[in-house]
Design a binder for this molecule. Structure first.
Ligand code: CAA
Length: 578
């Protein structure tokens, strides 16, 4: 199929971005928005994005004008008549999308392809609105559409094979990396991303950590390009809510139940960047206010303590040291290693360290692991009031964990300590799963569960998150780096602590931890993404669309042979990390 003319229906944030991508790719674009005001706003978004590219030296003024010249704004659907491909980008409501399919039957040529950019709705159900479901296909872009490389090509059992192939080829022509998926709620990327974002909202509303600390916990520890709350503002809280509702209907379970705060903010019209505010404020539309520093700067901060008692939680305290056969099981285990690392770090800063809890010092630091448990160790040491947990999550990030007994002065002293050590600090509740692990490990769990379900391969999962969401490394690669055994231990602690099966590790994760097996080819996928300066924005990645070439059948199963092979992760030392 030779696609030259494209019609984009709906010119919100995504529609404007998609229209821009097509026009920049040399296609003639009809941009249709029935509401003239919304059309004006959409064209302004598009123009602003092009102007930004000009100001960054990526486009010339002439190219800017040429691209705009290829876009024909319109307010009636009939203007889609000449299009070879129509893509609908209207709000995430099945009835509206089906209605558009029905109307398009009367407008477009019989051989035109009809694509939907739905984030999570069933493409099969959307196609039911069309008299020709064989020509309906999902073509799912990621925000900002001009930047993110991933396009999920969603075929249904009705989609004609030529249609799937044409859209896959089209995505490549646009400079994107297509990943072919079958029709399941949230496809690959959103089914993994949204529960993680939702969990971040729950952590915020339950006072687990502050907004800034939640975001810093993942950007600073894992290097994700944005924190979950900032990302929700980018995606739109209303869109995110709609996706979660679809996911919950399809999969059930607590992880997809939208956090009440997400509903409240959406109801209040705080839908994110596009409305001027969500979790953060964006005074000039689309321009983020300078984020408040996630560092715990305090003008009145006391000087770092001169003497510190280092408390090592009892061996076996916290599940991370008891699971499997890794280094956590040897005498002393990881608590011991953590305490030793902290002791040398603190001593190197010229602060005197003792391990004797009875010895009077300025501050007691509990060398806590990501499974939490500061209070028990502090009480056991008789240092309830002046003990603070400290966990190094990544090279630059310290998680500070006060307990219910910790005094304000002890917390201030701990903040001064991390500041003096040159570490950025976030504050976490003393719960199973400290802040960074509470955010990231269940996300990795979901990725393993998706692979275990046979919906996507480990490579697809990593490609989707690096190319679609700019992760420096995909979830399966992160799992390898953190150590499956450690992730398993923290998840078990979270499951036991909260009694929520949503945190239950899938059997496959336990198998990986025990056998030291990891998905074959991980290093290839991970290193190609990690080695790329744009982290998912420029990488060629692993192209899996086209099904046949990648050895995928219609269910997404890998037909090439066993997916699991002896991996290298067991031989890698676990990262200091979440
Ligand atoms: N439009 C066009 N280009 C944009 C842009 C926009 N809205 N925002 C950023 N860019 C470009 C910039 O021009 C810049 O390009 P150059 O390097 O060529 O100059 C580049 O992107 C980087 O931008 P910045 O330096 O301003 O900012 P940054 O480095 O902080 O990156 C970001 C911004 C690309 C948004 C980055 O933070 C990121 O990758 N975030 C993750 C976004 C993500 O996860 N998206 C997926 C959301 S899920 C989804 O969309 C699916 C769904 O259905 C809900």
């Amino acid at each position: 199929m030779n696609i030259r003319e494209v019609a984009v229906i709906g010119l919100g944030t995504m529609g404007a971005g998609i229209a821009e991508v097509f026009a920049r790719g040399g296609f003639a674009v009809t941009a249709i928005e029935v509401d003239p005001d919304a059309l004006g706003r959409g064209m302004a978004i598009l123009d602003g994005s092009l102007a930004r590219a000009v100001s960054r030296g990526k486009l010339t003024q002439t190219e800017h004008a040429d691209i705009l010249g290829r876009i024909r704004p319109a307010t009636v659907l009939a203007e889609a008549a000449p299009a070879d491909l129509v893509i609908e980008v209207v709000p995430e409501q099945l009835a509206i999308k089906q209605q558009i399919m029905t109307e398009l039957d009367r407008v477009v040529r019989p051989d035109a392809i009809i694509a939907t950019n739905t984030s999570s709705l069933s493409v099969t159900a959307i196609a039911a609105g069309s008299a020709h479901p064989g020509r309906v296909v999902g073509m799912h872009f990621f925000n900002p559409a001009a930047v993110m490389r991933l396009v999920e090509v969603v075929t249904t059992v009705r989609t004609g094979p030529a249609v799937g192939r044409a859209v896959t080829e089209l995505a490549r022509k646009l400079g994107k990396t297509p990943v072919q998926v079958t029709d399941r709620a949230g496809f690959v990327a959103n089914a993994l991303l949204l529960p993680y974002l939702n969990h971040a909202v729950r952590l915020l509303e339950t006072g687990y950590a502050t907004r800034e600390d939640i975001d810093a916990a993942v950007t600073e520890s894992v290097g994700l390009p944005m924190g979950p709350l900032a990302l929700l503002d980018l995606i739109g809280l209303d869109t995110s809510l709609a996706v979660l509702e679809v996911l919950h209907t399809e999969f059930g379970g607590t992880r997809y139940i939208p956090a009440p705060l997400l509903r409240r903010l959406t109801a209040a019209g705080r839908t994110g960047r596009k409305s001027g505010g969500g979790f953060y404020d964006y005074p000039a539309k689309g321009t983020a206010r300078a984020a408040e520093s996630p560092m715990m700067h305090n003008e009145d901060q006391p000087p770092p303590p001169g003497t510190i008692t280092l408390i090592e939680p009892e061996a076996g305290h916290g599940s991370g040291d008891r699971v499997g056969h890794g280094d956590g099981a040897r005498p002393g285990g990881r608590h011991h290693d953590r305490a030793a690392e902290l002791a040398s770090l603190i001593a190197a800063a010229g602060i005197s360290v003792t391990r004797n809890p009875a010895h009077p010092t300025d501050l007691a630091i509990v060398a806590v692991g990501p499974e939490g448990g500061v209070l028990a160790a502090a009480v056991a040491a008789g240092r309830g009031a002046d003990a603070v947990g400290l966990h190094l999550a990544g090279q630059q990030l310290a998680e500070l964990v006060p307990t219910r007994l910790t005094s304000a002065s002890a917390l201030a002293a701990a903040q001064a300590l991390t500041g003096g050590l040159g570490l950025r600090s976030v504050r976490s509740a003393d719960r199973p799963g400290l802040l960074a692990a509470a955010l990231i490990y269940p996300h990795l769990r979901d990725a393993v569960a998706m692979v275990a379900d046979g919906y996507a391969t480990a490579g697809d999962v990593d490609a989707a998150m690096t190319l679609g969401c700019g992760y420096p490394r995909g979830p399966m690669q992160l799992l390898a780096e953190f150590g499956p055994e450690r992730v398993l231990g923290v998840l078990r602690a979270m499951q036991a602590g909260y009694g929520d099966p949503a945190f239950a590790p899938p059997p496959l994760l336990a198998e990986i931890a025990l056998a030291g097996w990891l998905p074959a080819g991980l290093s290839t996928v991970g290193s190609s993404a990690a080695g790329n300066e744009a982290a998912g924005r420029e990488t060629a990645g692993r192209e899996t669309a086209g099904g046949e070439a990648a050895g995928h059948d219609m269910t997404g199963h890998d037909m090439a042979g066993p997916e699991w092979a002896g991996g290298t992760a067991a031989a890698q030392p676990p990262q200091r990390g979440t």
